[in-house]
Design a protein around this ligand. Sequence first.
Ligand SMILES: Cc1ncc(COP(=O)(O)OP(=O)(O)O)c(N)n1
Ligand SMILES: Cc1ncsc1CCOP(=O)(O)O
Ligand SMILES: [Mg+2]
Length: 206
Amino acid sequence: MKMPRGLYVITDNSLGDLLLAAVEAALEGGAAIVQYRDKSGDHDRRLSEAHSLLALCRRYDRPLLINDDVDLALAIGADGVHLGRTDGSLAAARERLGPDAILGATCHDSLGYAAEAVQGGADYLAFGAMYPSATKPGAHRADPAILGLAKVRFGLPVVAIGGINTDNAPELLAAGADCLAVIHDIFGRPLPDIRARTAVYQQLFD
Ligand SMILES: Cc1ncc(COP(=O)(O)OP(=O)(O)O)c(N)n1
Ligand SMILES: Cc1ncsc1CCOP(=O)(O)O
Ligand SMILES: [Mg+2]
């Protein structure tokens, strides 16, 4: 599957039993891509949830990426992985997942990290945190201007992450973001609000 443009929703551990319903609401609202991000280390639950999410994403014809874990991506046949600076080699992930897998790389606020990610075979470059993030309060900060610089320099899709909401999203789109990666402003909401909020983001891309 190709890396789409649009809202990139990332799941949150705190969703618990609402995980599938929440992701389905986001897909109904038009989310372009989903990342399963679970830091629990509970192998069996992660396998089962990732399987279910992949089936759901297939129904909506949207890619599912796995955060941090190439083994899990391989085990379920996910569409790709997102790897941070300490999550292992992109080139090794490419070797294991094959040429069609979508590989995403965290670049924080660094064009140097982005150059390394391009060298490793990344399909998109993620920059952030663009704004203070309640989900990851200690995250590095990045200036939105890096989005446009990276896009021109590397010719790959650029993803913005960190503290994004529908008020600050237009600034990121104007700076060149191809995707907005969001956790709290989507999955921190009550289930009945998720679909409508996702749709607001999607309209910003139209
Ligand atoms: C789309 C996207 N961008 C950045 C990240 C952050 O990845 P990483 O730096 O490895 O941090 P964790 O998410 O693993 O805490 C991401 N997950 N997705
Ligand atoms: C994983 C990650 N990496 C940088 S900020 C962040 C969290 C993004 O979550 P939120 O959209 O809730 O700020
Ligand atoms: Mg990581």
